[in-house]
Write a protein that binds this ligand. Structure first.
Ligand SMILES: C[C@@](CO)(OP(=O)(O)O)[C@H](O)COP(=O)(O)OP(=O)(O)OC[C@H]1O[C@@H](n2ccc(N)nc2=O)[C@H](O)[C@@H]1O
Ligand SMILES: Nc1ncnc2c1ncn2[C@@H]1O[C@H](COP(=O)(O)OP(=O)(O)O)[C@@H](O)[C@H]1O
Length: 283
C-alpha cells in the first residue's frame, strides 16, 4: 500500500466539568466525547525520501507548526523510519472551535502512518505518543466515544444512542489557553458520583466564554429556540441536538449568514477507525 485517504472527524464535548487544576497548570476534567461523521480529509502518499510535506489550500497549515507535521515527525523518529510522506489536507472543520480538528488531524496521521510505514504500534502506544501533542489526541487515536478523566486521556467507553447535531461556529476565535488560564473559570465541580446519565451536566467553560464573547451568547440563544444546546470544549462552536436529521437541516437553513454551521450525526466509533479498518480488510 503506498497511499491512503482517511477522514479526521470532529468531536463534541457533550458535557465538560472541571474538577481541579494540577501543579503543571493542566486541568482535571470529566468530559463526554462523542464523534461526528463529519471532518477534515487527509490523503497520504508515501515518499522515497524522508521528507514530510503538507499540501493545503491554506498556506498557514503547510508549516511545521501543523499538528499533522508534528505527529508524522514524532512517529518517524520514534520508529526510526527512513521513508517520508506527502499529506494533502482538505480542511473542513473550523479551527480553534472546540471540535478538535487539529487533534483529530494528528490522530488520523498517527493511525494512517502506523500502517503505511509498517510501525505496527498498538493504539495504546499511539495514544501515549499522541498525548505529547495534545490532551485531546488520545481519544481520537483510541476511537471510541468515552467519558474522559484526568486531563482527558483516561477513557471510559460509553455507548450512546445516535443523535443529529447542528454545530454552529460564531465567527469568533476563543483560545483554549486563554480560557484555561482565566481567573474566573470555575475549577471545582465535584466528580460525578453515580451514573453520569443521572447527574446535572453542563460545560464549565460556557458562562465565562459567553461573558467574554457576546457572539457565543447570541449563538446559544439562537440555537435554544430550536433544541437543547450547549458549547463544545472551550468554544467557540455550539451545538443543538435533534432526533431527526430534517429538523437539524431546517434550523441550518435558517442560520444567520454571518455564522457557519454543519449538520452531522454522532457515532460511538470514530469514522477514521471505520474507514481504516474497511480499507485494510479490502487488501
Ligand atoms: C478543552 C478541550 C476539551 O476537549 O478541548 P478544545 O476546546 O481545545 O477542543 C481539551 O481538553 C483541550 O485539548 P487540546 O486542545 O488537545 O489541549 P492541549 O493542546 O494539550 O492544551 C491547550 C491548552 O489548554 C490547557 N489545558 C488543556 C487540557 C486540560 N485538561 N487542561 C488544560 O489546562 C493547556 O494548559 C494548554 O494551555
Ligand atoms: N491540523 C490543524 N488543524 C487546525 N489547527 C491546527 C492544526 N495544527 C495546528 N493547529 C493549531 O491549533 C489551534 C487549535 O486548533 P483546533 O484543534 O482546530 O482547535 P480546537 O482544539 O479548539 O478544536 C489552531 O488555532 C491552530 O493554530
Amino acid at each position: 500500500m503506498s497511499s491512503l485517504s482517511i477522514i479526521a472527524p470532529a468531536k463534541l464535548n457533550l458535557f465538560l466539568h472541571i474538577n481541579g487544576r494540577r501543579p503543571d497548570g493542566y486541568h482535571e476534567l470529566e468530559t463526554l466525547f462523542v464523534f461526528l461523521n463529519y471532518g477534515d480529509q487527509l490523503d497520504f502518499t508515501l515518499r522515497t525520501d524522508n521528507q514530510i510535506l503538507i499540501e493545503c489550500e491554506n498556506p498557514e497549515l503547510t508549516t511545521q507548526d501543523n499538528l499533522i507535521f508534528k505527529a508524522a515527525r514524532l512517529l518517524q523518529n520514534h520508529a526510526n523510519i527512513t521513508q517520508g510522506i506527502t499529506i494533502k489536507l482538505t480542511k473542513k472543520l473550523p479551527m480553534g472551535g472546540g471540535v478538535g480538528g487539529g487533534s483529530s488531524d494528528a490522530a488520523t496521521t498517527l493511525l494512517a502512518l502506523n500502517h503505511l510505514w509498517h510501525c505496527d504500534f498498538s493504539n495504546e502506544k499511539l495514544a501515549e505518543l499522541g498525548l505529547q501533542l495534545g490532551a485531546d489526541v488520545p481519544v481520537f487515536v483510541k476511537g471510541f466515544a468515552a467519558i474522559a478523566h484526568g486531563i482527558g486521556e483516561q477513557l471510559e467507553a460509553v455507548n450512546l444512542a445516535p443523535s443529529w447535531y447542528l454545530v454552529v461556529h460564531p465567527n469568533v476565535h476563543i483560545s483554549t489557553q486563554a480560557i484555561f488560564t482565566h481567573p474566573d473559570l470555575p475549577r471545582s465541580t465535584p466528580k460525578i458520583n453515580g451514573p453520569w446519565q443521572e447527574a446535572k451536566l453542563y460545560n464549565d467553560c460556557e458562562s465565562l466564554v459567553k461573558k467574554l464573547s457576546p457572539e457565543v451568547e447570541k449563538t446559544l440563544q439562537w440555537l435554544l429556540e430550536y433544541a437543547p444546546s450547549r458549547m463544545t470544549g472551550t468554544g467557540a462552536c455550539c451545538f443543538a441536538s435533534f432526533a431527526e436529521e430534517a429538523d437539524a437541516n431546517k434550523a441550518l437553513n435558517a442560520l444567520p449568514a454571518h455564522w457557519q454551521g454543519f449538520v452531522a450525526q454522532s457515532v460511538n466509533i470514530s469514522p477514521a477507525h471505520l474507514e481504516l479498518n474497511a480499507k485494510l480488510n479490502l487488501l
